[in-house]
Design a protein. Structure first.
Length: 239
């Protein structure tokens, strides 16, 4: 282990903010400029089978908004399907988070900048204020870097802080490409069918203890796994 007072060892250098690079800023702009029309064109070809939309409708009918929760690997089809609803989502402050934010904003989303590793409190406060203003929010609950299929506590915390229910859902494509990323990102192939399975809302009372938050987190995780199985079954039954 390095000693900070040792002159024979180099001092750790602070991380360079990508925003200080004109090239990286241009790259973020270019990725978004190309990514948005490609996703929009792909999305226009997709066919959908949806079950559970009544759960979302019921939340809206009661004057509340959903804290939408799904796996990071389904971010592309989810972005397209739930577009133009004013959903506020958390995106990382790093370079990837920048071009993702630029793309989703073109699809009608709001971006709260931060992640579990950086800027989390600020981003969560932005999302809390958005819900108080009547906007829905969304979480890729195993993001931004995993572990894969393991729910992080952010969605549960926000549900407690705002008295709004969590709305879990899963999307599965009949034909797709899967990236070799940590989240196994699924990219639907053109003209394929997708199954969207929406689960029953999960409520978290404002006075919930830390132990109750953990139970709700586990419930959300188990529900998402069940919805994945349901979505796969929906595709099999449609053949």
């Amino acid at each position: 282990m390095w000693k900070l007072d040792s002159p024979s060892q180099p001092s750790p250098q602070p991380a360079v903010d990508w925003r200080s690079s004109r090239l990286k800023r241009f790259e973020a702009w270019a990725i978004a400029a190309l990514g948005y029309p490609l996703i929009a064109a792909l999305g226009a070809t997709l066919r959908w089978r949806v079950e559970g939309m009544e759960h979302l409708d019921r939340i809206i009918a009661t004057g509340r908004q959903p804290v939408m929760a799904f796996w990071h690997g389904r971010i592309l089809p989810a972005t397209y399907y739930f577009r133009r609803r004013g959903i506020v989502v958390m995106t990382s402050e790093n370079f990837d988070g920048e071009w993702i934010a630029r793309i989703i904003e073109r699809f009608g989303y709001g971006a709260a900048r931060g992640s579990t590793s950086r800027g989390a409190q600020r981003a969560m406060l932005q999302m809390k204020r958005a819900m108080e203003a009547g906007k829905p929010t969304g979480f890729t609950v195993d993001g931004p870097r995993g572990p894969l299929r393991s729910v992080q506590p952010g969605a549960v915390w926000l549900a407690r802080a705002t008295s709004n229910p969590i709305l879990p859902f899963h999307i599965e494509a009949a034909r797709s490409w899967s990236l070799r990323s940590w989240d196994r990102t699924q990219i639907p192939k053109p003209f394929t069918t997708l199954a969207l399975a929406i689960g029953e809302p999960i409520g978290v009372v404002p006075e919930a203890s830390d132990g109750e938050l953990e139970r709700r987190r586990q419930e959300l995780e188990a529900t998402l796994h069940r919805l994945e199985e349901k979505a796969l079954s929906m595709l099999q039954n449609s053949r």
